[in-house]
Design a protein around this ligand. Sequence first.
Ligand SMILES: NC(=O)N[C@@H](CC(=O)O)C(=O)O
Ligand SMILES: [Zn+2]
Ligand SMILES: [Zn+2]
Length: 347
Amino acid sequence: MTKSVTLRRPDDWHLHLRDGAMLQAVASFSGHFGRAIIMPNLVPPVVTGAQAAAYRDRIRAALAPEMTLRPLMTLYLTETSDPADVLAAHAQGIISAVKLYPAGATTNSASGVRDFDKVRGVLEAMAQAGIPLCVHGEVTDPAVDIFDREAVFIDRVLDPIRRATPGLRVVMEHVTTSDGVDYVAANEDIGATITTHHLVINRNHILAGGIRPHYYCLPVAKRETHRLALRRAATSGDARFFLGTDSAPHPDRAKESACGCAGCFTAPNTMSILAQVFEEEDALDRLEGFASLHGAGFYGMAPNQDRIRLVKRDTPAAYPTHIPAGDETVTVFDPGFPLYWHLEDPA
Ligand SMILES: NC(=O)N[C@@H](CC(=O)O)C(=O)O
Ligand SMILES: [Zn+2]
Ligand SMILES: [Zn+2]
């Protein structure tokens, strides 16, 4: 008997679409989502409401008319961000959230925050207005081991910010550790996105038997116990955990380098991989919550009205291993197993 699962159309609560030729190349691969929170770490970053509106329009123009994706924009928080501009952009419906990058923590984060006291005014205004703060949760202290940077961030930065700013709604983006999962599960006014790739790979995939740049992302994948904790959280039914693919395309040239950059491009095969993961966890009935309901609930939005169907067939689903992007190529995330779950859209 053919296995299948029908879901409300899923949303992606953490997505990088880039700009220019890369935007043109990758946008359609996320076209089947209902909505996506678009990350603002362009060069230069999306800092003002006007920049966010212009970027939103470039994204809309890159999507074919039949695509369902609606971009939900974010502002990149800097130490000089103007609370009035943030509030106005939200009041005008241009932005859905603000993104906090600790300076130097990840791709294009140089304009991020060094001194968290400097953004206190913006965070207080956001708490008042109910604007969520999306956080890249890693410290940048070179003395802290890269595998510990998420756990240390919770103690040194995230928890103090939340205590100092009651009512601030925080999304711990791309949570990668059991420490992160436990912190979210124990608190209110907080949610967490979990990526597709962190449900599949642990740190061995990056380093054992040769260095594999296409599995390198930030936060870096941790040891197996953490991957298992993420799987439990994603399949738990707890509404604080929801899908944010963090699909983050880079040209192969930039990843296959002596100093390769961080990011996995998972947009093309995310739904097939997630169906496989949830089937392995005997939790296919919870995929809809994770991918289609919990995130919308956190952001105070209704679920999408229409549905998609995932069908398990005898033959693997076809997806490209690489895609062209201008003069470059981008490698699609390889989960390391064949994908028998096919996306049927509409259901
Ligand atoms: N996740 C990544 O490894 N990279 C992201 C940035 C980010 O989300 O931290 C990117 O923009 O390439
Ligand atoms: Zn990040
Ligand atoms: Zn990201």
